[in-house]
Write a protein that binds this ligand. Structure first.
Ligand code: SAH
Ligand code: SF4
Ligand code: F3S
Length: 471
């Protein structure tokens, strides 16, 4: 707008909560005169929003800082400055250590302090600032609301964080330390945000939380996530609701019934189990066994027979034997996942598992991961192939790879490629699935949309902050 506005480049690693937080940081800095850019070279301020979940993810931060330092040098030669911030879970976990290892960093900002960003930024002009407290106030009460322009740019799907932190303390996991204890936002605040999203053209909301189904916010009438989903389904314009990530222990009957009763709740559930071995589940402190998981899935499928299941698995947790690993393979075969993520165990500083005996050698982990991933891929291909010939409703999100193509999401979350006019972007249309690959589906329009193409689409679906998935 005015010449004095500056540029902000945010790069996001890790989970969807970081993607959401990056958006909120952009909003918080808009009031300080920063507009978001996709080009680092022109940025006056660079923020890395980082992930600490596995060693590889955490180490990436330092190579990234190296790259930014080079850009900063170039800018300095041209007489321009650049401020560098590290936010997210590495910021929380490593704090001061980041500035020691990388003195070029001007500010380190823990995930619960983003509402203080303007103040931190002002202080950073007088020397590096490290802000990793867990403040008493809730950042969401103090962050400015998302701007309609940013929401519109992001297209018809949006994330909405409803719960943060974790009290479960699985023995391998850093999240309870990096995000703090479980806090749920009040129902009214979430509804207000969802209404703003809907007004900006959002049709599908994914509710986020490290333990999203442990949600218990003020105003939920004791019904937790089930009550919230029901209230959100009544918001005008919101036609699809998803939530992630759930813990098996928090899947109560009310929430399961919601999958049967609320058509807006999509038939897809990410329900990580981590291992199929009772012995390993106990050592992980997951507090449930494999049979309980099978029974839970039976109950969910009884409520919503077509539900697509997704999960996370860790191979090579300390002490995992071939027999334990076979139990995981067996569990995957029995459940039949539509998709799943799997990781080699990564010892994290300060977690109980990192100090356990019997760490599994790297080559064994590698072999197990390859076997598990092949099995998961087989299941995924079978799930996708079974949809060929079916008619599904797809929310058309953004341009496809080829001109004249759009990409959307099926109810089961697969990307669907389709020849469709741009005017249909933001619409939910019926399509017939014509073929299927490992990760995506191909389809053709059916019914009205095939011939007309409604014209009330919601503008360009430009990219939000850059996202780099960690695996
Ligand atoms: N709250 C979610 C998980 C959040 S972390 C849950 O309880 O399921 C996302 C995934 O990263 C986890 O499900 C787990 O599979 C993986 N993960 C977490 N810590 C890990 C570690 N130390 N090594 C390897 N994978 C890990
Ligand atoms: Fe980590 Fe376990 Fe909490 Fe999930 S439930 S965030 S794996 S400690
Ligand atoms: Fe998410 Fe990584 Fe933190 S998975 S909660 S950004 S450690």
């Amino acid at each position: 707008m005015t010449a004095s506005r500056k540029k902000l480049f945010v790069k996001t690693f890790g989970c969807q909560m970081n993607v959401y937080d990056s958006g909120r940081m952009i909003d918080a800095l808009a009031g300080e005169g920063f507009d978001s850019t996709d080009t680092m070279d022109e940025a006056d301020l660079v923020i890395l929003n980082t992930c600490h979940i596995r060693e590889k993810a955490a180490e990436k931060v330092y190579s990234e800082i190296g790259r930014i330092r080079a850009v900063k040098e170039e800018r300095r030669k041209a007489g321009k400055d650049m401020i560098i911030g590290v936010a997210g879970c590495v910021a929380q976990a490593e704090g001061q250590e980041i500035v020691r290892r990388a003195p070029v960093v001007d500010m380190v900002i823990g995930p619960q302090t983003y509402h203080r960003l303007p103040e931190i930024l002002r202080n950073a002009r007088n020397g590096a600032v490290v802000e990793t407290e867990f403040p008493l106030e809730d950042k969401f009460d103090h962050l400015p609301a998302a701007t309609p322009t940013r929401l519109r740019k992001a297209g018809p799907t949006a994330f909405l964080t409803i719960q943060e932190g974790c009290d479960k303390f699985c023995t391998f996991c850093v999240v309870p330390y990096t995000r703090g204890s479980e806090v749920s936002r009040p129902l009214s605040a979430i509804l207000a945000e969802a209404r703003r999203q809907a007004d900006a053209g959002v049709r599908e909301i994914t509710l986020l939380g490290q333990n999203v189904n442990a949600y218990h916010g003020e105003g939920d009438k004791g019904r937790g996530l089930a009550g919230l989903v029901e209230a959100l389904a009544a918001v005008d314009g919101i036609e699809r609701i998803r939530y992630t990530t759930s813990h098996p222990r928090d899947m109560d009957d009310d929430l399961i019934a919601t999958h049967r009763d609320i058509p807006e709740l999509m038939p897809y559930l990410h329900l990580p189990v981590q291992s199929g071995s009772d012995r390993i589940l106990a050592a992980m402190n997951r507090k449930h066994g494999r049979e309980e998981y099978f029974e839970l899935i039976d109950r969910i499928r009884a409520a919503r027979p077509d539900i697509a299941m997704s999960g996370d698995f860790i191979v090579g947790f300390p002490g995992e034997t071939d027999a334990d690993f076979e139990d995981t393979m067996d569990l995957v075969r029995r459940v039949g996942y539509a998709q799943a993520y799997s990781f080699k165990y990564s010892p994290r500083p300060g977690t109980p598992a990192a100090a356990m005996d019997d760490q599994v050698p790297e080559p064994v982990m590698k072999e197990r991961l390859a076997a598990l991933q092949a099995l998961i891929e087989e299941g995924q291909r079978a799930f996708n192939a079974a949809l060929i010939g079916r008619t599904l409703s797809v929310l058309l999100e953004k341009p496809g790879r080829k001109p004249g193509q759009l990409v959307g999401r099926s109810p089961y979350l697969q990307p669907v490629n389709i020849d469709a006019p741009d005017a249909l972007r933001g619409e939910i249309v019926d399509v017939r699935i014509t073929s299927a690959g490992r990760n995506s589906l191909f389809a053709e329009l059916t019914g009205d949309a095939a011939t007309t193409g409604r014209l009330d689409s919601d503008g360009p679906g430009a990219a939000g902050p850059t996202m780099e998935a960690v695996s």
